[in-house]
Design a protein around this ligand. Structure first.
Ligand SMILES: [Zn+2]
Ligand SMILES: [Zn+2]
Length: 258
Protein backbone atom coordinates (compact mmCIF):
# COMPACT_ATOMS: atom_id res chain seq x y z
CA UNK A 1 0.00 0.00 0.00
CA UNK A 2 2.78 2.38 1.05
CA UNK A 3 4.81 1.50 -2.04
CA UNK A 4 1.79 2.00 -4.27
CA UNK A 5 1.08 5.43 -2.75
CA UNK A 6 4.71 6.38 -3.18
CA UNK A 7 4.69 5.40 -6.86
CA UNK A 8 1.51 7.32 -7.37
CA UNK A 9 3.06 10.47 -5.86
CA UNK A 10 6.09 10.11 -8.13
CA UNK A 11 3.89 9.59 -11.17
CA UNK A 12 1.94 12.72 -10.30
CA UNK A 13 5.26 14.54 -10.07
CA UNK A 14 6.24 13.22 -13.51
CA UNK A 15 2.93 14.34 -14.96
CA UNK A 16 3.38 17.81 -13.48
CA UNK A 17 6.87 17.99 -14.98
CA UNK A 18 5.43 17.10 -18.37
CA UNK A 19 2.38 19.32 -18.09
CA UNK A 20 4.65 22.32 -17.59
CA UNK A 21 5.41 22.41 -21.26
CA UNK A 22 2.58 22.16 -23.74
CA UNK A 23 4.94 21.84 -26.71
CA UNK A 24 6.09 18.33 -25.93
CA UNK A 25 4.43 14.95 -26.18
CA UNK A 26 4.85 12.41 -23.46
CA UNK A 27 6.37 9.12 -24.57
CA UNK A 28 6.60 7.43 -21.24
CA UNK A 29 7.36 7.90 -17.61
CA UNK A 30 8.59 5.74 -14.82
CA UNK A 31 9.30 6.05 -11.12
CA UNK A 32 12.95 6.88 -11.90
CA UNK A 33 12.73 8.82 -15.17
CA UNK A 34 10.55 10.45 -17.82
CA UNK A 35 11.12 10.36 -21.57
CA UNK A 36 9.57 13.28 -23.42
CA UNK A 37 9.47 13.96 -27.15
CA UNK A 38 10.28 17.65 -27.60
CA UNK A 39 10.30 17.78 -31.42
CA UNK A 40 10.68 15.16 -34.16
CA UNK A 41 14.13 13.65 -33.59
CA UNK A 42 14.65 15.27 -30.16
CA UNK A 43 13.88 13.68 -26.79
CA UNK A 44 14.41 14.84 -23.22
CA UNK A 45 15.26 12.10 -20.77
CA UNK A 46 14.93 13.22 -17.13
CA UNK A 47 16.27 11.16 -14.24
CA UNK A 48 14.73 12.38 -10.98
CA UNK A 49 17.09 11.39 -8.19
CA UNK A 50 18.99 12.65 -6.25
CA UNK A 51 18.38 15.84 -8.27
CA UNK A 52 16.56 15.92 -11.63
CA UNK A 53 19.13 15.79 -14.44
CA UNK A 54 18.63 15.79 -18.22
CA UNK A 55 20.06 13.76 -21.08
CA UNK A 56 19.03 14.92 -24.56
CA UNK A 57 18.67 12.42 -27.40
CA UNK A 58 18.97 13.52 -31.02
CA UNK A 59 18.40 11.43 -34.11
CA UNK A 60 20.67 11.86 -37.11
CA UNK A 61 21.58 9.78 -40.18
CA UNK A 62 23.84 7.46 -38.18
CA UNK A 63 21.58 6.87 -35.19
CA UNK A 64 21.18 8.55 -31.83
CA UNK A 65 23.48 11.09 -30.26
CA UNK A 66 23.04 11.66 -26.54
CA UNK A 67 24.06 14.88 -24.88
CA UNK A 68 25.23 14.04 -21.36
CA UNK A 69 25.08 10.69 -19.64
CA UNK A 70 23.41 11.27 -16.23
CA UNK A 71 24.60 9.45 -13.10
CA UNK A 72 26.59 6.17 -13.09
CA UNK A 73 23.60 4.14 -11.83
CA UNK A 74 21.38 5.38 -14.71
CA UNK A 75 23.22 3.30 -17.35
CA UNK A 76 20.87 0.24 -17.32
CA UNK A 77 17.82 2.50 -17.74
CA UNK A 78 19.48 4.39 -20.61
CA UNK A 79 20.21 1.09 -22.39
CA UNK A 80 16.57 0.03 -21.93
CA UNK A 81 15.24 3.39 -23.18
CA UNK A 82 17.49 3.41 -26.25
CA UNK A 83 16.28 -0.11 -27.10
CA UNK A 84 12.66 1.07 -26.68
CA UNK A 85 13.26 3.97 -29.08
CA UNK A 86 14.75 1.41 -31.46
CA UNK A 87 17.65 3.50 -32.82
CA UNK A 88 21.28 2.64 -31.94
CA UNK A 89 23.17 5.03 -29.64
CA UNK A 90 26.27 5.98 -31.64
CA UNK A 91 27.63 9.05 -29.85
CA UNK A 92 27.61 10.69 -26.44
CA UNK A 93 28.74 14.31 -26.14
CA UNK A 94 29.57 15.34 -22.58
CA UNK A 95 28.90 19.00 -21.73
CA UNK A 96 31.29 18.73 -18.77
CA UNK A 97 32.89 16.02 -16.67
CA UNK A 98 30.71 16.26 -13.55
CA UNK A 99 29.33 12.91 -12.37
CA UNK A 100 25.67 13.87 -12.94
CA UNK A 101 26.42 14.52 -16.65
CA UNK A 102 29.19 12.00 -17.39
CA UNK A 103 28.38 9.23 -14.90
CA UNK A 104 27.02 6.51 -17.21
CA UNK A 105 29.41 7.19 -20.13
CA UNK A 106 31.94 4.47 -19.18
CA UNK A 107 29.24 1.80 -18.85
CA UNK A 108 27.51 2.80 -22.12
CA UNK A 109 30.79 2.94 -24.06
CA UNK A 110 31.78 -0.52 -22.79
CA UNK A 111 28.40 -2.17 -23.36
CA UNK A 112 27.15 -0.45 -26.54
CA UNK A 113 30.44 0.62 -28.14
CA UNK A 114 29.20 4.23 -28.12
CA UNK A 115 31.86 6.90 -28.82
CA UNK A 116 32.28 9.50 -26.08
CA UNK A 117 33.16 13.08 -27.06
CA UNK A 118 34.48 15.54 -24.48
CA UNK A 119 36.37 18.83 -24.66
CA UNK A 120 40.14 18.31 -24.50
CA UNK A 121 40.41 20.23 -21.18
CA UNK A 122 37.91 17.92 -19.43
CA UNK A 123 39.42 14.72 -20.91
CA UNK A 124 41.65 13.97 -17.85
CA UNK A 125 38.58 14.08 -15.55
CA UNK A 126 36.83 11.51 -17.78
CA UNK A 127 39.77 9.11 -18.02
CA UNK A 128 40.78 9.18 -14.34
CA UNK A 129 44.08 10.94 -15.10
CA UNK A 130 43.15 14.24 -13.46
CA UNK A 131 40.81 15.48 -10.74
CA UNK A 132 38.88 18.71 -10.80
CA UNK A 133 39.53 19.69 -7.17
CA UNK A 134 43.21 20.07 -8.12
CA UNK A 135 42.35 22.83 -10.64
CA UNK A 136 42.48 26.57 -9.94
CA UNK A 137 39.16 28.12 -8.99
CA UNK A 138 36.46 28.82 -6.42
CA UNK A 139 37.62 27.42 -3.05
CA UNK A 140 34.18 26.10 -2.05
CA UNK A 141 33.76 24.14 -5.29
CA UNK A 142 37.28 22.71 -4.95
CA UNK A 143 36.65 21.77 -1.29
CA UNK A 144 33.37 19.99 -2.08
CA UNK A 145 34.96 18.14 -5.02
CA UNK A 146 38.01 17.28 -2.86
CA UNK A 147 35.85 15.76 -0.09
CA UNK A 148 33.79 13.91 -2.73
CA UNK A 149 36.97 12.53 -4.29
CA UNK A 150 38.18 11.21 -0.89
CA UNK A 151 34.81 9.51 -0.39
CA UNK A 152 34.99 7.99 -3.88
CA UNK A 153 32.07 10.04 -5.22
CA UNK A 154 31.73 13.19 -7.40
CA UNK A 155 34.17 11.73 -9.96
CA UNK A 156 32.69 10.01 -13.04
CA UNK A 157 33.74 6.37 -13.56
CA UNK A 158 36.76 6.39 -15.91
CA UNK A 159 36.11 5.86 -19.64
CA UNK A 160 38.75 3.76 -21.48
CA UNK A 161 38.93 6.01 -24.50
CA UNK A 162 37.35 9.34 -25.41
CA UNK A 163 37.33 11.54 -28.50
CA UNK A 164 38.81 14.91 -27.51
CA UNK A 165 37.04 17.86 -29.18
CA UNK A 166 37.78 21.57 -29.31
CA UNK A 167 35.96 24.84 -29.99
CA UNK A 168 33.99 24.98 -33.29
CA UNK A 169 34.52 21.28 -34.03
CA UNK A 170 31.59 19.56 -35.73
CA UNK A 171 30.22 16.22 -34.50
CA UNK A 172 27.48 14.89 -36.79
CA UNK A 173 24.88 17.69 -37.14
CA UNK A 174 26.16 19.50 -34.05
CA UNK A 175 28.82 22.11 -33.39
CA UNK A 176 30.89 22.25 -30.21
CA UNK A 177 31.22 25.67 -28.55
CA UNK A 178 33.84 25.85 -25.81
CA UNK A 179 32.09 27.67 -22.96
CA UNK A 180 34.39 27.32 -19.93
CA UNK A 181 33.92 28.50 -16.36
CA UNK A 182 31.72 25.85 -14.76
CA UNK A 183 34.60 23.44 -15.56
CA UNK A 184 37.68 24.15 -17.73
CA UNK A 185 36.37 22.05 -20.61
CA UNK A 186 32.66 22.87 -20.41
CA UNK A 187 31.05 22.97 -23.83
CA UNK A 188 27.73 24.06 -25.24
CA UNK A 189 26.37 22.36 -28.33
CA UNK A 190 24.74 24.19 -31.24
CA UNK A 191 22.19 22.46 -33.46
CA UNK A 192 21.91 24.93 -36.31
CA UNK A 193 19.07 23.25 -38.19
CA UNK A 194 16.82 23.56 -35.12
CA UNK A 195 18.43 26.80 -33.75
CA UNK A 196 18.74 24.86 -30.49
CA UNK A 197 21.49 25.29 -27.93
CA UNK A 198 22.42 22.72 -25.30
CA UNK A 199 24.08 24.66 -22.48
CA UNK A 200 24.98 22.06 -19.83
CA UNK A 201 25.08 23.64 -16.37
CA UNK A 202 25.76 27.19 -17.61
CA UNK A 203 22.07 28.13 -17.45
CA UNK A 204 19.13 26.38 -15.84
CA UNK A 205 15.44 27.00 -16.61
CA UNK A 206 13.27 26.21 -13.63
CA UNK A 207 10.34 27.80 -11.82
CA UNK A 208 9.71 29.71 -15.06
CA UNK A 209 12.95 31.67 -14.95
CA UNK A 210 16.41 31.38 -16.47
CA UNK A 211 19.26 31.39 -13.98
CA UNK A 212 23.02 30.93 -14.00
CA UNK A 213 23.47 27.22 -13.24
CA UNK A 214 25.08 25.68 -10.14
CA UNK A 215 27.28 28.59 -8.94
CA UNK A 216 28.44 26.55 -5.93
CA UNK A 217 29.83 23.90 -8.29
CA UNK A 218 31.44 26.41 -10.67
CA UNK A 219 35.21 26.87 -10.68
CA UNK A 220 35.23 30.30 -12.38
CA UNK A 221 31.95 32.26 -12.32
CA UNK A 222 33.31 35.24 -14.28
CA UNK A 223 34.44 32.99 -17.12
CA UNK A 224 31.10 31.21 -17.07
CA UNK A 225 29.31 34.58 -17.49
CA UNK A 226 31.58 35.46 -20.44
CA UNK A 227 30.76 32.08 -22.00
CA UNK A 228 27.02 32.71 -21.63
CA UNK A 229 27.33 36.08 -23.38
CA UNK A 230 28.62 34.22 -26.46
CA UNK A 231 25.19 32.58 -26.83
CA UNK A 232 23.53 35.88 -27.79
CA UNK A 233 25.05 36.06 -31.29
CA UNK A 234 23.74 32.58 -32.15
CA UNK A 235 20.12 33.74 -31.68
CA UNK A 236 18.80 30.39 -30.41
CA UNK A 237 15.07 29.80 -30.14
CA UNK A 238 15.38 26.72 -27.93
CA UNK A 239 17.63 26.37 -24.88
CA UNK A 240 18.17 22.89 -23.45
CA UNK A 241 20.05 22.73 -20.18
CA UNK A 242 21.47 20.03 -17.96
CA UNK A 243 18.75 20.53 -15.34
CA UNK A 244 15.21 21.86 -15.66
CA UNK A 245 12.81 22.32 -18.56
CA UNK A 246 13.34 23.28 -22.18
CA UNK A 247 13.12 27.06 -22.76
CA UNK A 248 11.37 28.16 -25.97
CA UNK A 249 11.51 31.62 -27.46
CA UNK A 250 13.87 34.57 -27.36
CA UNK A 251 16.89 33.03 -25.63
CA UNK A 252 19.17 35.99 -26.43
CA UNK A 253 16.72 38.48 -24.88
CA UNK A 254 16.31 36.33 -21.77
CA UNK A 255 20.09 35.98 -21.40
CA UNK A 256 20.46 39.77 -21.63
CA UNK A 257 18.35 40.05 -18.47
CA UNK A 258 20.48 37.57 -16.43
ZN1 LIG B 1 28.04 20.62 -13.38
ZN1 LIG C 1 24.68 19.42 -13.22
Amino acid sequence: MGKHANNQTRNEFAQKLMARDKNKDQLGYHTRYALLKIRPGLWQLIFYLPVPVNCWLIQDKEGLTMIDAAQPWNAPDIIKIVKAIGIPLRKIIITHAHPDHAGAAAHLAAELGTKVFVHELDVPFMTGQGFMHQEQGFWLTRSVLGVGHKLGILTPPAVDSVEAVCDREVVGDLQIIHSPGHTPGSVSIWWDEQRALFCGDNIVYSFRSLRIGSPWFTLDLNRQRESIRKYVELKPNLLLSGHGSAFYGDVAGAIGRL
